[in-house]
Write a new protein. Structure first.
Length: 111
């Protein structure tokens, strides 16, 4: 779960707690009107800029490709490397190509 998702959930729970507290007060006759409405609460702060994306390393790609190969997708892994102009992973040096291979490899076998 991303940090922004957690922040949204936390804000939702805060708003719900205010509503439930007001309902409980009204049931007990303590308050005639709600003390705070969820609309009057300050909106959740805008999520900070995304954290910088970690550079994909050859080791990251190797781990995923090895797992896919062990899972019976050896031909697909080989075709993926060939599609990017390489016979083996060590032939690839461009970080953007490594990231593309990793992204494509993650969907192998999930369809």
């Amino acid at each position: 779960m991303k940090k922004t998702d957690k922040a949204v959930l936390a804000e939702g729970f805060r708003r719900l707690s205010v509503v439930y507290a007001d309902m409980a007060d009204q049931l007990e006759g303590i308050a005639d009107t709600p003390s705070k409405k969820p609309e009057t609460l300050e909106p959740a702060p805008a999520p900070a800029a995304e954290e910088p994306v970690k550079a994909v390393t050859k080791e990251d790609v190797r781990l995923v490709l090895a797992e896919k190969s062990r899972s019976g997708y050896r031909a697909e892994v080989k075709a993926l490397l060939t599609a990017h102009g390489a016979e083996k992973l060590s032939d690839i040096t461009d970080p953007e190509t490594l990231a593309a291979i990793l992204k494509e490899a993650e969907v192998i076998g999930s369809a």
